[in-house]
Design a protein around this ligand. Structure first.
Ligand SMILES: C[S@@+](CC[C@H](N)C(=O)[O-])C[C@H]1O[C@@H](n2cnc3c(N)ncnc32)[C@H](O)[C@@H]1O
Length: 253
């Protein structure tokens, strides 16, 4: 179990230690309904976006969707600081041939992309950003958007800091083994500490379990709308299910 040291003056907020455990299970335990909803949302929102930045690309399950929605001369910049997640990302991308994806092994607050971009996509990553870091994130990326350029995030859950009792999430089966997780969260300060246990079963036997804990920041829809309004973005009305989206400046709706 990874413990969080509240006295650490420079804590790792990317969750990199947690992903060192999580990465091997990531695609196996990711809920299919959530993956389908996010993929559908990107396919609705992104056609027309030529240069797309994906922050926290992880294993690349949505990078693939971004690539599929690019115009012929389009490109994706996939920002992913955790080496273990990048290994899955580059393997997935290599299996596609030579997709136009530049992998940036950087933190979102320091990653560089030359020239303006048409969309910045952040799925399942805002949890790692404190309110101060979120403001730095918007301040860094929104000015890089073309007029009318998009910011897309998944709707955060929970929307307020509340304890979440242990909940089993079924995962997938590979060969003889079945994967699932037990997740719980405890309120700590303004946020949560999630503890996720990854379990591997064979028949009725529990083969192994790995637990990690990581801090999680809460960003309600109202807070995100206020933050994005402050940096000159306006909300996309009726966004696809599961996401929030904004457009920069006064570009086309
Ligand atoms: C829960 S995963 C989401 C991966 C992918 N977006 C998805 O939805 O499947 C969060 C990812 O964000 C990355 N991440 C965490 N902090 C980050 C930061 N400060 N800048 C960029 N990426 C970060 C992690 O390394 C991890 O791969």
């Amino acid at each position: 179990m990874i413990s969080i040291d509240p006295t650490d003056p420079d804590p790792d907020t990317t969750g990199a230690d947690g992903y060192a455990v999580n990465a091997q299970y990531y695609d196996l335990i990711f809920p299919a309904a959530q993956r389908d909803a996010m993929s559908a949302a990107l396919t609705t929102l992104l056609p027309g976006a030529r240069r797309v930045v994906e922050i926290g690309a992880g294993t690349g399950q949505f990078t693939e969707v971004l690539v599929a929605n690019l115009p012929e001369d389009g490109e994706v910049f996939a920002v992913e600081p955790a080496a273990v997640m990048r290994a899955a990302l580059t393997t997935r991308l290599a299996a596609l041939g030579a997709p136009p994806v530049t992998v940036l092994p950087d933190d979102a607050l320091t990653a560089e992309v030359n020239g303006p971009v048409d969309a910045v996509v952040l799925l399942h990553v805002l949890t790692h950003f404190s309110p101060v870091d979120r403001r730095a994130l918007w301040a860094r990326w929104v000015p890089r958007l073309t007029p009318g350029g998009l910011v897309v995030v998944d709707v955060q859950a929970p929307q307020t800091p509340v304890d979440v009792p242990p909940t089993v999430m079924p995962g997938r089966t590979l060969g003889r083994r079945r994967y699932d997780t037990v997740s719980r969260a405890a309120v700590e300060g303004d946020g949560l500490v999630w503890t996720v246990t990854y379990r591997v079963h064979e028949g009725d036997r529990l083969v192994s379990e790995d637990s990690v804990s990581f801090p999680s920041f809460i960003a309600s829809d109202a807070v995100l709308h206020a933050e994005l309004r402050e940096v000159g973005c306006r909300p996309v009305t009726d966004p696809p299910a599961g996401v929030l989206a904004w457009r920069a400046g006064n570009g086309p709706g």
